[in-house]
Design a protein around this ligand. Structure first.
Ligand code: HEM
Length: 139
C-alpha cells in the first residue's frame, strides 16, 4: 500500500511526464531493448501503439494509486495476458528498473529519491498483481 505522500509524488511526476514533447514511453522501449535485447523479439516491429498502451496503464495506476483494489483485477488479467506475450517473472524487475530510470531521466533536475521510492512502491504493487494473475495461468 502506498503512503498518501507517495500517491502525491506519483501524481506530480506523472503530470510532469505528460508535458514532455517526446513521450517518456518511447524512450522507455529504447532503454529496455538496450538493457535487455532478448525481449525485443517479443514486441511488434511497430512500437507506436505499444507506447500508447503503456502510457495508458501508467495513467491508470496513477489515477488509482490511492485505491489499488480498484485496479487489482484489471492488473491480474493484464498479467495473465502477458504469459501469452512471452513475459516471464524475471523480466518484471528489469522492466520496472528501466521504467524508473526513464522517468528519472525525463524529469532530470526535478527528480529526487522520494520520487524514486514512490515509483518503486507503485511498480512493485503493479508487478506483484500482474504476477499473481500470471501464476493462475501456469498452475
Ligand atoms: C509494469 C508492468 C507492465 C505493464 C503495466 C505492462 C502493460 C502492457 C499493456 C497495457 C500492454 C497492451 C496489451 C494488453 O493490454 O494486453 C502490454 C503488452 C505487452 N507487454 Fe507489457 N506490461 C508490463 C510488463 C511487461 C513485461 C515484464 C514484459 C516482458 C518483456 C512485457 C511485454 C509485453 C509484450 C511482449 C506485449 C505485447 C505486445 C504486442 O504483441 O502487441 N510487459 N503490456
Amino acid at each position: 500500500m502506498l503512503t498518501e505522500e507517495q500517491v502525491l509524488l506519483i501524481r506530480e511526476s506523472a503530470a510532469e511526464l505528460a508535458k514532455m514533447e517526446i513521450p517518456a514511453t518511447n524512450a522507455f522501449y529504447a532503454n529496455l531493448f538496450e538493457v535487455a535485447p532478448g525481449v525485443r523479439e517479443l514486441f511488434p516491429d511497430d512500437m507506436f501503439k505499444q507506447s500508447e498502451k503503456l502510457w495508458q496503464s501508467i495513467v491508470m495506476v496513477v489515477e488509482s494509486a490511492d485505491n489499488p483494489a480498484e485496479i487489482a483485477e484489471t492488473l491480474r488479467t493484464l498479467g495473465k495476458r502477458h504469459v501469452a506475450y512471452g513475459a516471464v517473472p524475471e523480466h518484471y524487475p528489469v522492466v520496472s528498473e528501466v521504467l524508473i530510470e526513464t522517468i528519472s531521466k525525463t524529469m532530470s533536475d526535478k527528480w529526487s529519491d522520494e520520487y524514486k521510492s514512490a515509483w518503486q512502491a507503485a511498480l512493485t504493487m503493479v508487478c506483484d498483481l500482474m504476477l499473481e494473475g500470471a501464476r493462475d495461468v501456469q498452475s
